[in-house]
Design a protein around this ligand. Structure first.
Ligand code: G3H
Ligand code: 13P
Ligand code: ZN
Length: 322
C-alpha cells in the first residue's frame, strides 16, 4: 500500500487499546531496522523526520528511503511525519514534499499564538490530504533547536484542550504529562534509586491524561519524549569507552499503561541512538582492525530492529494490528 495518513491507524489504536510507535529516522540503517521489525510483526508504524534530520540527510534522500521501505513492506501501513515543525513554512515544505502528517509545535508560545499558527497549518494540510499533530504544554529537554530548561516545563492544562482542538481543527494532540526528551530525562534529585543504584523516575501524571481524554472523547493523544533509555544500552556505551552517567528514561510499564488509554502515538528516538551507539562502540572495541562501515553498521541496524520489535510487542501492543 502507498504511504498513509495516521487517521485510520489512530482510530484502530484508540479502539484497540494500543499505540503506534513513531520512530525518528536519519539514515538508511535506521529506516531499515524499524521497518523490518514492523513488517515482520505486521505492525503499523510512523517514520518521523525532524528539522535536524532534514538538515543532516536532506529531505529528498529521506523521502526516497521511506518510499523504498514502503515498497519493501507492502503489507503494513506506514506514515511519514514531520516531527516538531517550528513554522508554517517548514510544515508546508513537508506537505508539498510528500509527507502524510506534520507536527506544528508552537507549545512554547502563548495559547492564542499557538492556536493561530496551528490553525493556519491545519487549513493548508487538510486541503492537501495531510493530517496535523499539535502540542499543548511543554516538555523538558531538547526538541530540535528548542531547549526547554529544567524546571521551565509545564504540564498540559486539561481545561484548555477542548478550546484548542475546536479552534485549530488539529487531528491529534501531544500533551505534557511528565515525559521528557533525550537520554537524561530527570535529574538525579528528582528520582529515587533502586537496590542496584539505578535511578527510578517520578511517575507520569496519568490523572492529567485521564482528564484530557474525558474532555476529548475518542481523540488521539500523543506522547513525546517516550524513550525508556534501556540500561543494557547505557551499560554497553559506558563499558566500551562512553560516558553517560545517570541516563534515565520512562519505565516501559508506564508507557504500556498509556498505550491502553487515549495515547495513540508514542515517540521514540533516543533509544535508537543508544542501541546504535552501544553496539558500534562494542564492535569497535572487539574488532579494532575493522574499518568497513558495513561491518559495524550491520549490528547497529540489527540492534535497532530488535529494540523496535521489543517495543512493538511489549510496550505499544501494535503487533498484528494491520
Ligand atoms: O524530539 C526530538 C527528536 O529526538 C529529534 O531530535 O532534532 O536531534 O533530530 P533531533
Ligand atoms: P525521546 O528523546 O524520548 O526518544 O523522544 C523522542 C521524541 O519525542 C521525538 O519527537
Ligand atoms: Zn518530541
Amino acid at each position: 500500500m502507498p504511504l498513509v495518513t495516521t487517521t485510520e491507524m489512530f482510530k484502530k489504536a484508540y479502539n484497540g487499546g494500543y499505540a503506534v510507535g513513531a520512530f525518528n529516522v536519519n539514515n538508511m540503517e535506521i529506516v531499515q531496522g524499524i521497518t523490518e521489525a514492523a513488517g515482520e510483526l505486521k505492525s503499523p508504524v510512523i517514520l518521523q523526520v525532524s528539522k535536524g534530520a532534514r538538515a543532516y540527510a536532506n529531505h529528498t534522500y529521506l523521502v526516497k528511503l521511506v518510499e523504498a521501505a514502503v515498497q519493501e513492506n507492502p503489507e503494513i501501513p506506514i506514515a511519514l511525519h514531520l516531527d516538531h515543525g517550528d513554522s508554517f513554512e517548514l510544515c508546508k515544505s513537508c506537505i508539498d514534499g510528500g509527507f502524510t502528517s506534520v507536527m506544528i509545535d508552537m507549545s512554547s508560545k502563548p495559547f492564542d499564538e499557538n492556536v493561530e499558527v496551528t490553525r493556519k497549518v491545519v487549513e493548508y494540510a487538510h486541503a492537501h490530504g495531510v493530517v496535523v499533530e499539535a502540542e499543548l504544554g511543554t516538555l523538558e529537554g531538547v526538541e530540535d533547536e528548542v531547549v526547554v530548561e529544567a524546571g521551565k516545563a509545564s504540564y498540559t492544562r486539561p481545561e484548555e484542550v477542548e478550546e484548542f482542538v475546536t479552534r485549530t481543527g488539529c487531528d491529534s494532540l501531544a500533551i505534557a504529562i511528565g515525559t521528557s526528551h533525550g537520554a537524561y530525562k530527570f535529574r538525579p534529585e528528582q528520582c529515587t534509586r533502586n537496590e542496584e543504584g539505578i535511578l527510578v523516575p517520578p511517575p507520569l501524571r496519568f490523572d492529567v491524561l485521564e482528564e484530557v481524554s474525558k474532555r476529548l472523547p475518542g481523540f488521539p493523544i500523543v506522547l513525546h519524549g517516550s524513550s525508556s533509555v534501556p540500561q543494557e544500552f547505557v551499560k554497553m556505551v559506558n563499558t566500551y569507552g562512553g560516558n553517560m552517567p545517570d541516563a534515565v528514561g520512562i519505565p516501559e510499564s508506564q508507557l504500556r499503561q498509556a498505550a491502553t488509554m487515549a495515547v495513540c502515538k508514542i515517540n521514540i528516538d533516543s533509544d535508537i541512538r543508544l542501541a546504535m551507539t552501544g553496539n558500534i562502540r562494542k564492535y569497535f572495541a572487539e574488532h579494532p582492525e575493522h574499518f568497513d562501515p558495513r561491518q559495524y553498521l550491520k549490528p547497529a541496524r540489527q540492534a535497532v530492529k530488535d529494540m523496535v520489535a521489543h517495543k512493538i510487542v511489549n510496550v505499544l501492543g501494535s503487533d498484528g494490528k494491520i
